[in-house]
Design a protein. Sequence first.
Length: 246
Amino acid sequence: MSGHNLSVSAVTPEDVSAVSPALAAYTQAAIVDDLWARPQLSRRDRSVVTLAALIARNQTIGIQHYANQALDHGVKPAEVSELITHLAFYSGWPNAFAAIMVVKGVFAQRGIAADALPAVSPMLLPLDEAAEATRAAHVAAQFGAVFPGMVRYTTELLFRELWLRPDLTARDRSLVTVSALIAAGQVAQVPYHLNRAMDNGLTQEQAAEVVTHLAFYAGWPSVFSAMPVVKDVFEKRSTVEDCPSR
């Protein structure tokens, strides 16, 4: 899809019907009429999850439609911009640049100017020094001797800068990250980030619905690979919460 195509969607229902009437029917009945109406996630959250999945999978054909839809559902231009910046670190710079070329056209069509976008160097949110020290020490102990550069970038760029940028809430950053990890099949990284998401305010019901939503945008195999991992996180948190305090 060209970044200069300023229509609302790159693929119309008529396009789909011309090739696969059955797929058009499933799209309308299962996704438009049912999935997006489910109350477990707001349409705003579903838009964030969908954009994260598409960028993580470098599926630019859908970004134009869902970027427009995200803006219609209350995601701010600054949040769309920051979502792409965040995913450069979690899905790679090429995927982020591919999304940029599509979203640039969406912003132009809507008259969204630079003053609506995040600052390059904003005042960062407060850091939980104790939690970050624990995380950094754990990673350094595991990998510092072998991958010192990676450990430094992870601490300095991700957890002492990216995660503290104010134009996405901590919950939204976690929502973006978990969605991208599941969509990309990176299930080994899900436990840490899902726990962080739930610590940041994502409920178990919402997290479960993220998985359901992603089945339609990342495919059933990606979701079934993630389900045992997500279920294990839920069960371990439930066990901890059920333990009496000492």
